[in-house]
Write a protein that binds this ligand. Structure first.
Ligand code: UTP
Length: 225
């Protein structure tokens, strides 16, 4: 299997970040030792949001704020690299560099790449560039719900979600808990290359299930179901 995993930056904010990241790192090393290929993209989490907010108050322009966000994602990427045995030792800063690491059997780890989008878009681009079989987007939300689970206790996890419906949900044209989910840029990339995508949670066991083809989270589908 050839897989790209996006890890939500929120994992780095958790009180048990050390344990969570070390469990994920061991599972990733094992996955690669079994002959699979893997690339990892990490988000910026609370630290990037706080520093972007501080910079904004002090008058930084939006592109500079994006650069600040990217810097923090790259700090998180360095931590992730340190925690794995099979990682490529330098933070990936362009797509072709990721291919070099991937081709020698190492795990390329990236944060952000350029201003104007998110690490979800980076992960989708990487999945496209590396011709991955699967893109696993591990989010705090745990999947796509028919309503916002934070405010609606009857919200149900959607096992499959049609890409056009997901786009509508993100635009807010129908009620749904897409919050913190894929942005329009990422969905556009997933759609144009029909990348098999699973949105799941951040626990190691959930990510592992997605990697090993077990049913978990929500799958984005390209035909109406
Ligand atoms: P993230 O995508 O990590 O945001 O990028 P996040 O809120 O932590 O997302 P999750 O929780 O991991 O899903 C942090 C910021 O870095 C900038 C953007 O400003 C973004 O809000 N960024 C990131 C870029 O400008 N370009 C990139 O390629 C990636």
């Amino acid at each position: 299997m050839k897989v790209v995993v996006k890890l939500s930056g929120s994992i780095f904010d958790e009180i048990d970040a050390e344990q969570r990241l070390s469990e994920l790192a061991s599972m990733f090393d094992e996955f690669v030792s079994e002959g699979n290929k893997l690339a990892v993209v990490v988000g910026g989490g609370k630290r990037s949001r706080e520093l972007i907010e501080l910079g904004r108050k002090l008058g930084a322009s939006e592109d500079v704020l994006d650069e600040i966000g990217i810097d923090i994602t790259r700090v998180n990427a360095k931590i992730m690299i340190s925690s794995m045995k099979t990682s490529y030792s330098k933070v990936i800063t362009d797509l072709r560099e990721a291919k070099v690491a991937w081709d020698i059997g190492k795990i390329p780890v990236a944060g952000g790449l350029s201003p104007g989008h998110s690490t979800n878009a980076v992960a989708a681009l990487l999945a496209e560039h590396l011709k991955a079989d699967l893109f696993v987007n591990s989010t705090k939300a745990g999947g796509v719900f028919d309503k916002d689970p934070k405010i609606n206790p009857t919200a149900k996890l959607m096992e499959k979600v049609y890409v056009e419906d997901l786009k509508k949900m993100i635009k807010g044209s129908f009620e749904a808990g897409t919050y913190e989910l894929l942005d329009e840029v990422s969905i556009g990339i997933i759609e144009r290359s029909k990348i098999k995508t699973i949105v799941t949670g951040t626990d190691m066991l959930e990510v592992k299930k997605a990697l090993y083809g077990e049913k978990v989270g929500s799958m984005i589908v390209f035909e109406r179901i």
